[in-house]
Design a protein around this ligand. Sequence first.
Ligand SMILES: [Zn+2]
Length: 122
Amino acid sequence: MGARKPRDYQPFENILRALRQRLRGDVQAMSDAALHGDTDGDLSHVPIHMADKGTDAFDQEFTLSLVENEEETLQQIDAALERLSSGQYGNCLSCGKPIPMQRLNAIPYTAHCVHCATKLQS
Ligand SMILES: [Zn+2]
């Protein structure tokens, strides 16, 4: 097993950019739906019963929390792209060891090896 070269990470740049683009699109669409509702121009479907209103409020909260997570993911993707261009991509930010390729394939924007990520989460 030789040392990894920056070109080994080249495919991840395309993956990260595609992922970012998709998330950007999704975040935009979901924010619009959550903030403006989907009853525009169709007053016949405005909820009247309390139960319906409760459900709507829950849906809105749920969608917004999803958006929050996607924003966080977007930031991680941006940080990963920066590490790619500065040649630091693929190494754990905590312990400095190379992150296993298997993990990078699963989560290309991860900044930590499994060991450190588990420690950070607890
Ligand atoms: Zn680590």
